[in-house]
Design a protein around this ligand. Structure first.
Ligand code: F6R
Length: 244
Protein backbone atom coordinates (compact mmCIF):
# COMPACT_ATOMS: atom_id res chain seq x y z
CA UNK A 1 0.00 0.00 0.00
CA UNK A 2 1.44 3.35 -1.04
CA UNK A 3 0.39 6.38 1.03
CA UNK A 4 0.70 9.84 -0.53
CA UNK A 5 0.16 12.68 1.94
CA UNK A 6 -0.65 16.12 0.53
CA UNK A 7 -0.95 19.46 2.31
CA UNK A 8 -4.49 20.30 1.20
CA UNK A 9 -7.59 18.57 -0.25
CA UNK A 10 -6.92 20.45 -3.54
CA UNK A 11 -3.40 18.99 -3.75
CA UNK A 12 -4.81 15.53 -3.02
CA UNK A 13 -7.44 15.97 -5.76
CA UNK A 14 -4.75 16.79 -8.34
CA UNK A 15 -2.85 13.63 -7.40
CA UNK A 16 -6.02 11.51 -7.70
CA UNK A 17 -6.72 13.11 -11.09
CA UNK A 18 -3.13 12.25 -12.15
CA UNK A 19 -3.79 8.60 -11.29
CA UNK A 20 -7.03 8.51 -13.26
CA UNK A 21 -5.59 10.42 -16.20
CA UNK A 22 -2.67 7.97 -16.47
CA UNK A 23 -5.04 4.98 -16.69
CA UNK A 24 -7.37 6.71 -19.17
CA UNK A 25 -4.51 7.80 -21.44
CA UNK A 26 -2.75 4.44 -21.05
CA UNK A 27 -5.81 2.52 -22.27
CA UNK A 28 -5.86 4.44 -25.54
CA UNK A 29 -8.71 3.78 -27.96
CA UNK A 30 -9.84 0.55 -26.34
CA UNK A 31 -10.88 2.63 -23.32
CA UNK A 32 -10.27 2.16 -19.60
CA UNK A 33 -12.79 0.77 -17.16
CA UNK A 34 -13.07 3.01 -14.12
CA UNK A 35 -14.81 2.19 -10.86
CA UNK A 36 -16.08 5.42 -9.35
CA UNK A 37 -17.34 6.53 -5.95
CA UNK A 38 -19.77 9.20 -4.84
CA UNK A 39 -19.83 11.20 -1.61
CA UNK A 40 -17.83 14.33 -0.92
CA UNK A 41 -14.33 12.79 -1.04
CA UNK A 42 -13.95 12.49 -4.84
CA UNK A 43 -15.73 15.73 -5.81
CA UNK A 44 -12.60 17.90 -6.09
CA UNK A 45 -10.92 15.18 -8.15
CA UNK A 46 -13.89 15.09 -10.53
CA UNK A 47 -13.77 18.88 -10.83
CA UNK A 48 -10.09 18.64 -11.72
CA UNK A 49 -10.78 15.94 -14.35
CA UNK A 50 -13.47 18.16 -15.92
CA UNK A 51 -10.96 21.03 -16.02
CA UNK A 52 -8.36 18.82 -17.71
CA UNK A 53 -10.99 17.68 -20.23
CA UNK A 54 -11.94 21.28 -21.07
CA UNK A 55 -8.53 22.93 -20.90
CA UNK A 56 -6.03 20.18 -21.64
CA UNK A 57 -7.91 17.95 -24.07
CA UNK A 58 -8.10 14.94 -21.77
CA UNK A 59 -10.56 12.63 -23.56
CA UNK A 60 -12.63 9.92 -21.92
CA UNK A 61 -13.92 8.52 -25.24
CA UNK A 62 -14.24 4.76 -24.91
CA UNK A 63 -14.04 4.83 -21.11
CA UNK A 64 -16.51 2.64 -19.21
CA UNK A 65 -17.64 3.32 -15.63
CA UNK A 66 -19.02 1.08 -12.92
CA UNK A 67 -20.33 2.84 -9.84
CA UNK A 68 -19.69 1.40 -6.41
CA UNK A 69 -23.12 1.55 -4.90
CA UNK A 70 -26.67 2.90 -4.93
CA UNK A 71 -29.52 3.46 -2.50
CA UNK A 72 -32.31 0.87 -2.72
CA UNK A 73 -35.58 2.53 -3.69
CA UNK A 74 -34.10 5.52 -5.57
CA UNK A 75 -34.32 5.54 -9.36
CA UNK A 76 -31.46 6.91 -11.48
CA UNK A 77 -33.08 10.35 -11.74
CA UNK A 78 -33.78 10.82 -8.04
CA UNK A 79 -31.85 13.91 -6.85
CA UNK A 80 -30.01 11.88 -4.18
CA UNK A 81 -29.34 8.79 -6.29
CA UNK A 82 -25.70 8.01 -6.89
CA UNK A 83 -26.44 7.47 -10.59
CA UNK A 84 -27.50 11.11 -10.80
CA UNK A 85 -24.62 12.26 -8.58
CA UNK A 86 -21.99 11.00 -10.99
CA UNK A 87 -23.75 12.59 -13.97
CA UNK A 88 -23.92 15.95 -12.20
CA UNK A 89 -20.40 15.88 -10.79
CA UNK A 90 -18.54 14.27 -13.68
CA UNK A 91 -19.97 12.40 -16.63
CA UNK A 92 -22.34 15.11 -17.96
CA UNK A 93 -19.28 17.37 -18.28
CA UNK A 94 -16.88 15.06 -20.13
CA UNK A 95 -16.97 13.02 -23.34
CA UNK A 96 -18.44 9.84 -21.96
CA UNK A 97 -21.74 8.29 -23.08
CA UNK A 98 -24.50 7.83 -20.47
CA UNK A 99 -24.78 4.23 -21.69
CA UNK A 100 -21.14 3.63 -20.71
CA UNK A 101 -21.86 4.48 -17.06
CA UNK A 102 -23.39 1.63 -15.07
CA UNK A 103 -24.77 1.64 -11.53
CA UNK A 104 -26.66 -0.93 -9.51
CA UNK A 105 -30.32 -0.16 -10.23
CA UNK A 106 -31.78 1.16 -6.99
CA UNK A 107 -35.33 0.81 -8.31
CA UNK A 108 -34.92 -2.83 -9.39
CA UNK A 109 -37.95 -4.95 -8.46
CA UNK A 110 -35.69 -7.64 -7.04
CA UNK A 111 -32.63 -5.97 -5.44
CA UNK A 112 -31.03 -9.33 -4.61
CA UNK A 113 -31.13 -10.41 -8.28
CA UNK A 114 -29.96 -6.95 -9.31
CA UNK A 115 -26.89 -7.28 -7.07
CA UNK A 116 -25.94 -10.58 -8.74
CA UNK A 117 -26.57 -9.13 -12.22
CA UNK A 118 -24.37 -6.12 -11.48
CA UNK A 119 -21.52 -8.17 -10.08
CA UNK A 120 -21.61 -10.38 -13.19
CA UNK A 121 -21.68 -7.31 -15.46
CA UNK A 122 -18.40 -6.08 -13.96
CA UNK A 123 -16.84 -9.48 -14.62
CA UNK A 124 -18.23 -9.62 -18.15
CA UNK A 125 -16.58 -6.25 -18.87
CA UNK A 126 -13.24 -7.82 -17.87
CA UNK A 127 -13.16 -6.02 -14.51
CA UNK A 128 -12.09 -2.58 -13.40
CA UNK A 129 -8.73 -1.00 -14.27
CA UNK A 130 -8.82 1.65 -11.55
CA UNK A 131 -11.25 1.73 -8.65
CA UNK A 132 -11.59 5.05 -6.83
CA UNK A 133 -12.76 4.83 -3.22
CA UNK A 134 -13.61 7.10 -0.31
CA UNK A 135 -13.79 5.81 3.24
CA UNK A 136 -16.46 6.28 5.91
CA UNK A 137 -15.72 7.50 9.41
CA UNK A 138 -16.39 3.93 10.58
CA UNK A 139 -13.88 2.62 8.04
CA UNK A 140 -16.36 1.37 5.44
CA UNK A 141 -15.43 1.22 1.76
CA UNK A 142 -18.37 1.37 -0.65
CA UNK A 143 -21.15 0.48 1.80
CA UNK A 144 -19.36 -2.44 3.39
CA UNK A 145 -20.12 -1.52 6.96
CA UNK A 146 -18.18 -2.94 9.93
CA UNK A 147 -18.79 -6.68 10.13
CA UNK A 148 -19.00 -7.18 6.35
CA UNK A 149 -17.36 -10.30 4.98
CA UNK A 150 -14.01 -9.53 3.41
CA UNK A 151 -14.93 -11.98 0.61
CA UNK A 152 -18.33 -10.36 -0.04
CA UNK A 153 -19.78 -9.76 -3.50
CA UNK A 154 -22.23 -7.08 -4.65
CA UNK A 155 -25.31 -7.38 -2.43
CA UNK A 156 -27.97 -5.59 -0.41
CA UNK A 157 -26.77 -4.12 2.88
CA UNK A 158 -28.38 -2.25 5.75
CA UNK A 159 -26.68 1.04 6.63
CA UNK A 160 -25.55 1.58 10.20
CA UNK A 161 -26.77 4.57 12.21
CA UNK A 162 -23.40 6.35 11.94
CA UNK A 163 -23.45 6.24 8.12
CA UNK A 164 -27.07 7.37 7.97
CA UNK A 165 -26.10 10.34 10.16
CA UNK A 166 -23.01 11.08 8.04
CA UNK A 167 -25.08 11.00 4.83
CA UNK A 168 -28.08 12.92 6.16
CA UNK A 169 -26.37 16.15 5.04
CA UNK A 170 -27.26 15.27 1.44
CA UNK A 171 -30.99 14.85 2.25
CA UNK A 172 -33.66 17.23 3.63
CA UNK A 173 -33.85 15.21 6.82
CA UNK A 174 -32.25 12.14 8.34
CA UNK A 175 -35.45 10.09 8.00
CA UNK A 176 -35.19 10.47 4.20
CA UNK A 177 -31.87 8.56 4.00
CA UNK A 178 -32.67 5.07 2.65
CA UNK A 179 -31.71 2.32 5.06
CA UNK A 180 -30.90 -0.26 2.38
CA UNK A 181 -28.22 0.00 -0.28
CA UNK A 182 -26.83 -2.07 -3.12
CA UNK A 183 -23.07 -2.16 -2.80
CA UNK A 184 -20.11 -3.85 -4.42
CA UNK A 185 -18.63 -6.28 -1.94
CA UNK A 186 -15.10 -6.23 -0.59
CA UNK A 187 -14.27 -9.25 -2.74
CA UNK A 188 -15.62 -7.45 -5.80
CA UNK A 189 -13.60 -4.30 -5.05
CA UNK A 190 -10.40 -6.25 -4.46
CA UNK A 191 -10.61 -7.63 -8.03
CA UNK A 192 -9.94 -4.16 -9.48
CA UNK A 193 -6.45 -4.03 -10.97
CA UNK A 194 -5.54 -0.80 -9.15
CA UNK A 195 -7.27 0.89 -6.21
CA UNK A 196 -6.97 4.58 -5.32
CA UNK A 197 -8.54 5.65 -2.03
CA UNK A 198 -8.82 9.31 -1.15
CA UNK A 199 -9.72 10.89 2.19
CA UNK A 200 -9.35 14.36 3.63
CA UNK A 201 -10.14 15.97 6.96
CA UNK A 202 -9.60 15.04 10.59
CA UNK A 203 -12.85 13.04 10.81
CA UNK A 204 -11.21 10.41 8.57
CA UNK A 205 -7.95 10.16 10.56
CA UNK A 206 -8.97 7.16 12.69
CA UNK A 207 -10.36 5.23 9.71
CA UNK A 208 -7.17 5.89 7.72
CA UNK A 209 -4.93 4.78 10.61
CA UNK A 210 -6.94 1.55 10.98
CA UNK A 211 -6.97 0.97 7.24
CA UNK A 212 -3.19 1.38 6.89
CA UNK A 213 -1.75 0.25 10.22
CA UNK A 214 -4.51 -1.77 11.90
CA UNK A 215 -5.02 -5.51 11.64
CA UNK A 216 -6.95 -6.73 8.61
CA UNK A 217 -10.41 -7.06 10.07
CA UNK A 218 -14.05 -6.78 9.16
CA UNK A 219 -14.36 -4.19 11.95
CA UNK A 220 -12.58 -1.68 9.64
CA UNK A 221 -13.38 -2.96 6.18
CA UNK A 222 -10.92 -0.56 4.53
CA UNK A 223 -8.15 -2.64 6.14
CA UNK A 224 -8.91 -5.34 3.52
CA UNK A 225 -7.04 -3.14 1.05
CA UNK A 226 -3.81 -4.30 2.72
CA UNK A 227 -4.34 -7.60 0.87
CA UNK A 228 -4.35 -5.94 -2.57
CA UNK A 229 -1.02 -5.61 -4.42
CA UNK A 230 -1.67 -2.19 -6.01
CA UNK A 231 -3.31 0.33 -3.69
CA UNK A 232 -2.56 4.05 -3.52
CA UNK A 233 -3.96 6.17 -0.69
CA UNK A 234 -4.10 9.89 -1.43
CA UNK A 235 -4.87 11.81 1.75
CA UNK A 236 -4.30 15.24 3.24
CA UNK A 237 -2.36 16.19 6.38
CA UNK A 238 -5.48 16.10 8.54
CA UNK A 239 -6.53 12.61 7.45
CA UNK A 240 -2.94 11.46 8.02
CA UNK A 241 -2.80 12.82 11.57
CA UNK A 242 -3.18 9.45 13.34
CA UNK A 243 -0.65 7.52 11.22
CA UNK A 244 2.45 6.54 13.22
C1 F6R B 1 -19.70 6.33 -1.94
C2 F6R B 1 -19.22 5.29 -1.03
C3 F6R B 1 -18.91 5.55 0.40
C4 F6R B 1 -18.18 6.87 0.63
C5 F6R B 1 -17.91 7.06 2.12
C6 F6R B 1 -17.26 8.40 2.40
O1 F6R B 1 -19.92 5.82 -3.24
O2 F6R B 1 -19.13 4.19 -1.45
O3 F6R B 1 -18.11 4.51 0.89
O4 F6R B 1 -16.97 6.86 -0.08
O5 F6R B 1 -19.12 6.97 2.82
O6 F6R B 1 -18.17 9.41 2.09
P1 F6R B 1 -17.68 10.92 1.99
O7 F6R B 1 -16.73 10.99 0.86
O8 F6R B 1 -18.94 11.70 1.69
O9 F6R B 1 -17.09 11.27 3.29
Amino acid sequence: MRVIIKKTPQDAARTVADQIEAVVRGAGESGATLGLATGSSPVLSYTELIRRHREEGLSFAGTRVFMLDEYVGLDADHPQSYARFIREHLTDHIDIEDSAVQSPRGDAEDPVAEAARYDAAIGAADGVDLQLLGIGTDGHIAFNEPGSSLASRTRVKVLLEQTIEDNARFFDKKEDVPVHVLTQGIGTILEARRIVLTATGSNKAEAIAQCVEGSVSSRWTGSALQMHPDVVLVIDDEAAAKLE
